[in-house]
Design a protein around this ligand. Structure first.
Ligand code: GAL
Length: 675
């Protein structure tokens, strides 16, 4: 990861921090000050060494415009510092005070259907509002001046979860900013008209002032316009971050600056771009509690975060000790799940593990959300698991800085997802996320650790690359994939990929045209299926649903053909050798189990060996300079014997084989041979 300021990742993890960071959001302003010493004492008992403060404190710090009250925060800094607890200092700009919206009603977010959002929640200022930009950089500067050189300060936590709960804004100010963004991108209206294909439905523009945001209209709005608006939205939010970051850096150059991403759950920000602007990557993740295999979604988010961090360690800024309060059914975590979840993140590269939040709130919208210190207090299961996790993490300092390496990558491109998710696609059953999840789960079950990669990134270190949903694929990305395969890589491409260019226009030459010579085929026509319709393939009795293509071979070999359905007799699964590698194409939707039919063969091409452990055993290796660390998390109901020699850092046990109890976890140090 490139450092963008004076602080550099080569300096190590957070400056002055030599342990795994452990803690959570701490909102003491919700409680009488007499309680704070008890909080801090309990934090010490739990092994907490880092807390995030100030995230929603704007109205407390600046009760009236330009009038600051830092007294309470000064006392909080000293209390935490005296206890040896480091601070992740939030800028409170996700929650501007009531006075701000009273003075600047124009800064309120306007939704796509024209509704102006009211006060009383959070995260509701327009990213393109000049008044909001001024106010947020002023409060960031004031905080940096006040606390920038405080020894307890470990990291800056700018804003909170950019892109949530709203990201797009259609206010007049946003429309003006969008126009400026378009002028920068296209320079001329001719270029914009060409890129947006405005000849269709007579949308040609002759004045910039006539161009607007893609608000709700009579029917489907120009998809290229909507795609550009999604790009603009991500950039507008990023500009807010950069403005605050630069204001802080001017006052406080030595402390890393980050913001908490929601990798894999917030779709409106392009984190590949954002990653270049933060000093270290931080992420928030909440389980989909009703999903019985929620550990797979957790692993996906963690792997995506590590990939965004370019493989460097990252900080898990928030997850939950037990239930959240915003899902339809907020299931509590079962005994041991808190530790398993935390260690899964840790295994996938998190060098710090934090929660929302320290003490459960009595009032407000999130009073039913779990916390490190729950409403039930210290005589509770959650509290004892929180303390036990603090003890566990305290034994893992030597793992800090070690890195996860992956043999396989899944392509991930927010621009493609934005484009595919627009209206009037060939089937409502097409879902980019469903396919990404399916391929990810297949690899997870096969115990193959994956990175996520942008289609234009250097892929040469991977043996296998999967493109489950590359609807929008630029010519240069296709060239990149061609070089990857020619150089010996194994590529697996799923249906509805390489269909449009960066303007959501069908590639000249038709569907999959830029990958035609890589895949050795062309797709003449889409042949989507009826709801619930299944088609049989001439292979192992497997069936597909949702989609088929009319594939015409141009050099690929047929691995399986359709036995029935609209593509009967045509190729369903193909393989094409190119240079030193091979490229596979799947033209229908297979279940996670049936994906093995293709992937087992692709693994052979790629020289990858799938794990043979039970499928509920999560295994990830972090590589350090002196030793490797195998993180084993058993999500199953039976103990597993791991035939791996080493020392379990959690229990101190050593052996040539270690048992991982049902629901248990190990972090095994495997010394590197000395020769
Ligand atoms: C996060 C947010 C926190 C808290 C948490 C509850 O998205 O950053 O402030 O609301 O969700 O799950």
């Amino acid at each position: 990861m490139e450092s963008t300021g004076n602080w550099s990742t080569s300096a190590g993890w957070l400056p002055g921090v030599s342990a795994v960071s452990y803690g959570g959001d701490y909102n003491p302003e919700q409680w009488p000050e007499e309680l704070w010493p008890e909080d801090v004492e309990l934090m010490r008992q739990a092994g907490v060494n880092l807390v995030s403060i100030g995230i929603f404190s704007w109205a407390m710090i600046e009760p009236r415009p330009g009038e600051y009250d830092f007294g309470w925060m000064d006392r909080l800094f000293e209390l935490l510092h005296a206890a040896g607890i480091r601070i992740s200092l939030g800028t409170p700009t996700a929650s501007p005070p009531a006075w701000f919206f009273h003075e600047h009603p124009e800064a309120r977010v306007v939704t796509r259907d024209g509704t102006t959002l009211g006060f009383g929640s959070r995260g509701m200022a327009s990213p393109s509002s000049p008044a909001y930009r001024r106010a947020s950089t002023s409060i960031a500067t004031a905080l940096a001046k006040r606390y920038g050189s405080h020894p307890a300060l470990a990291v800056w936590h700018v804003h909170n979860e950019y892109g949530a709960p709203v990201s797009e804004c259609y206010s007049d100010e946003s429309v003006r900013a969008f126009r400026e963004w378009l002028r920068d991108r296209y320079t001329s209206l001719d270029a914009l008209n060409g890129a947006w294909g405005t000849a269709f439905w007579g949308q040609r523009y002759v004045e910039w002032e006539h161009v607007s945001a893609p608000a709700v209209s009579a029917s489907v709005v120009n998809p290229a316009q909507r795609l550009d608006f999604a790009r603009f939205t991500s950039d507008a939010l990023l500009q807010c971050f950069i403005a605050e970051r630069d204001a802080i850096r001017t006052e406080c150059p030595g402390v890393p600056i980050t913001t908490n991403f929601m990798a894999g759950t917030c779709e409106s920000v392009d984190l590949w771009k954002w990653a270049d602007e933060v000093d270290l990557v931080a992420n928030d993740h909440y389980l989909v509690a009703e999903d019985e295999r929620s550990q797979v979604g957790l692993a996906l988010s963690a792997d995506l975060t590590r990939s965004i961090a370019r493989g460097r360690p990252w900080l898990l800024m928030e997850h939950s000790t037990s239930s959240v309060n915003w899902q339809p059914r907020n299931l509590a975590k079962r005994s041991g799940e808190l530790t398993r979840n935390a260690l899964s993140h840790f295994g996938r590269g998190a060098d710090g593990v934090m929660f929302f939040q320290w003490r459960a709130s009595r009032s407000g919208a999130e009073k039913f959300h779990s916390a490190m210190l729950p409403h039930a207090g210290t005589r509770s299961r959650v509290w004892s698991e929180v303390c036990s996790l603090g003890g566990d993490l305290g034994r893992l300092a030597e793992v800090l800085g070690s890195e996860v390496t992956a043999d396989a990558a899944i392509l991930w491109d927010w621009e493609s997802f934005w484009a595919q998710d627009l209206e009037w696609r060939p089937s409502k059953d097409l879902s980019h996320r469903e396919r990404v999840n399916a391929f990810y789960e297949r690899l997870w079950q096969d115990q193959i650790v994956v990175d996520f990669a942008h289609p234009e990134a250097d892929l040469s270190s991977y043996r296998l690359v999967v493109a489950p949903a590359s609807y929008l694929l630029t010519q240069s990305a296709a060239d990149n994939l061609r070089r990857y395969v020619e150089g010996g890589g194994t590529l697996v491409v799923s249906y509805f990929s390489a269909i449009v260019d960066e303007h959501d226009a069908v590639h000249p030459g038709g569907f999959v045209a830029p990958l035609r010579d890589v895949l050795g085929l062309t797709v003449e026509e889409f042949l989507p299926l009826r709801a619930g319709e299944k088609v049989r393939l001439s292979f192992d009795g497997i069936v597909g649903d949702v989609w088929t293509d009319d594939v015409a071979l141009q050099g690929a070999e047929v691995v399986a053909a359709y036995e029935d359905g609209p593509a009967a007799g045509k190729p369903a699964i193909t393989r094409h050798r190119l240079g030193n590698g091979s490229a596979w194409y799947l033209s229908t939707r297979l279940t996670v189990d049936d994906l093995s039919v293709v992937l087992d063969k692709a693994y052979v091409d790629a020289g990858i060996v799938a794990g043979d452990g039970p499928e509920d055993l999560e295994l990830v290796r972090r590589r350090g300079s002196q030793a490797d660390y195998l993180i084993a998390v058993n999500h199953g109901t039976r103990p597993v014997d791991l035939p791996v020699g080493g020392v379990d850092l959690l229990s101190g046990q050593a052996g040539e084989s270690l048992k991982v109890e049902a629901g248990g976890a190990r972090v095994i140090r495997i010394d590197k041979p000395t020769d």
